[in-house]
Design a binder for this molecule. Structure first.
Ligand code: WT7
Length: 656
């Protein structure tokens, strides 16, 4: 595709740093009229009913659309539906079996990619569903999935949903111990894993970890995909090769009729305590939200190639690499390996080669690739791109603009999608055909949902004031239905703050002009500086705008007079020198951007920040380093060794 053919899909406001959809995009978008918001607000339940009915095939229609028995919600009560039927069967029956469902890109460049049609995926899913059945898996049994990003991951998920066996996916880079805790809690009967996977050119073993992870759990059978050919130990009677079981499997498997409120999957996520929570997602509501948000937020049409870079170990991987695209009969692309392997242009090379139109990733990756230099994306023709998405943490202005200009060629809207594991699908963003697209601002309520910014007492705050982001009733269909085996934790974490009236997101936010919402980060990251509410994200954004700065993380430090002051851990760009002068310069720069109260008390120059495996900076650790508090569990970090270095730099003494 040439540049002349590429879509010019946004226009900049001449006065402000705000972009709007072009006429061309408005014409091409599923929704482009602001009236959709008003229409949905008048009767949100009817709005969701309409899309559940139009977008999905139900075995039996619901008898009641919505029920709220605080703090428990239900959607499409007594409706009967099957997830895998909606992802596969109906498309094949409609004659769309030849359409490409999945493009799989392996990490080693010398390996062949796989292009799998809906017909082929349908066949494989049915067979694998029969494999599970032959091992005694019944409706309601839980299945653990501990797989890298290979087609079998999607096949396994869809096969589970076909027979009504809820899956519990555990990120393949998680430790055996993390796997063990999750398998125990979910009471999984079967584990699906692989002999290993490729990462940065190396074959990594996964089977040993899986073996350790199933010890002492209720897992009776382990199914192993052969990916690397590494020599692995197969336990007689317990372990089976995927390809051998598939050879003997029956071809046809009828989808199980599921109740709308039957468990579709569990997904574990960390909370404020050490033990992960099993977030409960049920069938009808989740599918409705996954279907509609994928369609509208990414403006998916028949010719799109949708690439969400998230691993299936995260909710983003569930909803936007798997369920959402398949429900829309779209083409989804997944990539096995590291984003910088063999070189920093791997992502852009994939975009060019497969004519990717929708690219959805996280700020952390955008910043990492930005750091790598402009020469990498510049090598590639990225004109197939139409929509760029971001998710997972607030994105700073510099990264946003780089994404817009260097990746999107200044042509593509950036949809900054706010949501959580708990919400099942995205809920706050700017719709491509409506806008606006503003750096650091997520956007508007998805139609049929309402989020507000409240103070501690539950009063709705004015535009510009920072407070707690809550969801108002009726709660979105894809919301979690509980914490597995722990209703008290569900109630305490999400509902107790506002007396079961509103869902508390734990995020700080403020309303901005154009009815948008700007996310300030988790509430535990909010500082109170001399009586002024200040979000760490805001100070970081200001610091990151300094030309010498690559990335920063701001945490509050207790202060005698001001209560708290912001302290910034900062990584400088290549070639920049840390010095007292640099520190002064950055501090005064923040003062200029945000005002004197926002100035960091000091800057701690570092080479690396402690991050979770999903790329989130662990501010809790950065805070504790300054206060000599317990650092807590650091084993789940992507780079636990960075903490040792930071202990030296900060002079951390530890508690006591
Ligand atoms: C938390 C949820 C939802 C998929 C990935 C993360 C933060 C998420 C945004 C965004 C600012 C965001 C919030 C939220 N977050 N998206 N667009 N802008 N912050 O899922 O691990 O459940 O984390 O991620 O703090 O509460 P998660």
């Amino acid at each position: 595709m040439s540049d002349e053919k590429a879509h010019k899909w946004i226009v900049k406001d001449p006065e402000e740093e705000i972009w709007w959809p072009s006429e061309e995009l408005k014409k091409a978008a599923w929704v482009s009229d602001e009236s959709i918001y008003e229409e949905a607000r008048e009767d949100p339940v009817a709005f969701w009913e309409k899309h559940a009915e139009e977008g999905l095939d139900w075995v039996e229609k619901w008898s009641k659309p919505y029920d709220w028995d605080p703090p428990f919600m239900k959607w499409f009560l007594n409706g009967k539906i099957n997830a895998s039927y909606n992802c596969l069967d109906r498309h094949v029956k409609e004659g769309r079996g030849d359409k490409t469902a999945l493009i799989w890109v392996p990490e080693p460049t010398e390996h062949d990619p796989q292009v799998i049609s809906y017909e082929e995926l349908y066949e494989k899913v049915q067979k694998f569903a029969n494999v599970l059945k032959s091992l005694g898996v019944e409706k309601g049994d839980k299945v653990g999935i501990y797989l890298p990003m290979i087609p079998e991951a999607h096949i396994a998920m869809l096969a589970c949903s076909r027979i009504g066996a809820p899956h519990s996916v555990v990120f393949s880079a998680f430790s055996p111990e993390s796997l063990n805790v999750r398998l125990q809690d979910a009471e999984a009967k079967v584990l699906i894993t692989a002999d290993g996977y490729y990462r940065r050119g190396k074959k990594l073993d996964l089977k040993d970890d899986a073996d350790e992870g199933v010890e002492g759990t209720g897992v009776e059978n382990v199914i192993v995909v052969k990916r690397t050919g590494l020599d692995v130990n197969m336990v007689e009677g317990r372990d089976h090769w995927w390809h051998e079981l598939m050879e003997d499997a029956e071809a046809e498997c009828e989808p199980e009729v599921m109740d709308s409120e039957d468990l579709l999957f569990l997904l574990y996520t960390s909370g404020t305590t050490g033990k992960p929570k099993g977030v409960i997602h049920t069938t009808g509501g989740y599918l409705t939200q996954a279907y509609l948000t994928t369609k509208w937020v990414f403006n998916l049409h028949d010719d799109d190639v949708h690439w969400c870079t998230a691993d299936i170990g995260w909710i983003t991987g569930h909803t936007y690499t798997c369920y959402g695209p398949y429900l829309n009969c779209a083409t989804t692309l997944i990539y096995e390996g590291a984003p910088d392997y063999p070189e920093l242009n791997r992502m852009w090379q994939i975009v060019e080669k497969y004519d990717v139109t929708v690219f959805y990733t996280a700020p952390t990756l955008i910043r990492a690739l930005k750091k790598g230099g402009d020469e990498w994306p510049e090598k590639h023709d990225l004109s197939s791109l139409r929509i760029l998405g971001t998710v997972g943490e607030p994105i700073d202005r510099e990264a946003w603009l780089w994404y817009l200009n260097k990746i999107g060629g200044g042509r593509c809207p950036i949809v900054d999608t706010w949501w959580q594991t708990e919400t099942g699908g995205t809920l706050i963003m700017s719709l491509p055909g409506i806008g606006p697209f503003i750096p650091t601002v997520a956007g508007r309520n998805f139609p049929g949902t309402q989020h507000e910014v409240l103070d501690k007492e539950g009063n709705v705050l004015e535009e510009g004031e920072e407070g707690a982001l809550v969801q108002m009733p009726p709660f979105a269909p894809g919301m979690l239905r509980g914490v597995y085996k722990n209703p008290e934790r569900y109630e305490k974490t999400y509902w107790s703050r506002y007396d079961d009236k509103y869902y508390f997101t734990s995020d700080a936010a403020r309303k901005t002009k154009h009815n948008c919402i700007r996310i300030g980060g988790r509430m535990d990251d909010v500082m109170q500086v001399a009586g002024h509410r200040l979000s760490t994200a805001e100070v970081e954004d200001a610091i990151n705008r300094h030309e010498a700065v690559l990335e920063s993380a701001v945490v509050p430090e207790p202060h005698e007079i001001k209560g708290e002051v912001p302290v910034a851990y900062t990584i400088l760009r290549k070639g920049e020198e840390s010095s007292e002068d640099m520190e002064k310069e950055i501090i005064s720069h923040v003062g200029e951007v945000l005002g004197p109260t926002s100035k960091p008390a000091r800057i701690i120059f570092v080479d690396e920040l402690p991050k979770t495996r999903s790329g989130k900076i662990m501010r809790r650790i950065l805070r504790s380093l300054l206060t000599d508090e317990e650092l807590g569990d650091i084993t789940t970090l992507k780079n636990p060794e960075s903490v040792k270095t930071l202990e030296k730099i900060t002079g951390y003494k530890g508690p006591g």
